[in-house]
Design a protein around this ligand. Sequence first.
Ligand SMILES: *Cc1c(COP(=O)(O)O)cnc(C)c1O
Length: 357
Amino acid sequence: MIPIASPVLEKEEIDAVVGVLRSRHLVQGKIVEQFEKQLAEVVGVKHALAVSSGTAALHLALLAHGIGPGDEVITTPFTFIATANAVLYTGARPVFADICDDTLNLDPSAIEAKITKRTKAILPTHLYGCPADMAALHEIASNHHLAIIEDAAQAIGAAIGNKPAGSFGTGCFSFYATKNITTGEGGAITTDHDEIAEQVRMLRNQGQRAKYDHPVLGYNYRLTDLQAAIGLAQLNRLEEFTSKRIANAGYLNANLPSGITPSTPAGYKHVYHQYTIRVRTGRDEVATFLNAAGIGTGIHYPIPVHKQQLYVGLGYNGTLPVAERASSEVLSLPVHPSLTTQDLETIVQEVRKCLPL
Ligand SMILES: *Cc1c(COP(=O)(O)O)cnc(C)c1O
């Protein structure tokens, strides 16, 4: 079976973890600090704050921007559910705007109509590792005095021109096992703003300002040195991982029917967390065929967030036709750095059998 995802964990990661075990310092400490420093450099920002998951990063980024009950945050319905759930955690209300049919990212032209007096932020996801249209989103945000919080969970190393994902607003990353780099579970917030960084530092550690001095309600969202050691080893290999993903996607783009391949706007660096094709009819049959041929596939995502039972139960009943159509047509193929030339040839050959356009 060619798996849909496969974390690359080798001698560097194993040695790094053993080193932390031998040091007997397991919790957030110097290795977390080193990881944060290196991550801030990669993202091109002043601060990176490591936390226990991408979901925790989103939650704390929203809280650090002062978002809470009575507020609204405009976001995409075509994302992993954690994006919107983080808004619910704060007591604010996620408001869904539809997506672009080509990139499947938040559609800037759908946002204006959703802005109310309660709107506080725009929360785009850089879906599959392709940045959202940050120029257009930034213009809307500055016209309406809204914060931008980026769900960059899938987009470490992505960029528009030379500007990295996670540096346009407050960036939220995930280092879950299948992400482009991993710490097992883990996440981070990136920002140029000292006050946001200070808030996050406090909120991730029980709202603690100085030892046993807790001015606000915080959480235990800390990352451990054990996890950060894996993260540092992975960060050192980010360019190698990313260039393999891009090369694998390039091969698939060149050899699959052009009507089904993903599109990337000019000047955007897509890091292919997922390589996702569009199958206009019979997507599930194609997935079954590929799985039987030994090719792992994924559907990201089969149900848009506003159609999830949780959200229907909360009263969401609108229609977002582009997102709804996409959810029945998307199919992710393996693109991870461990694929061999033979794997790529097999993927192309088997996809062409069922989609011979
Ligand atoms: C993975 C992911 C998250 C959540 O990250 P965790 O580390 O699993 O909490 C949030 N948003 C998107 C788009 C993701 O892909």
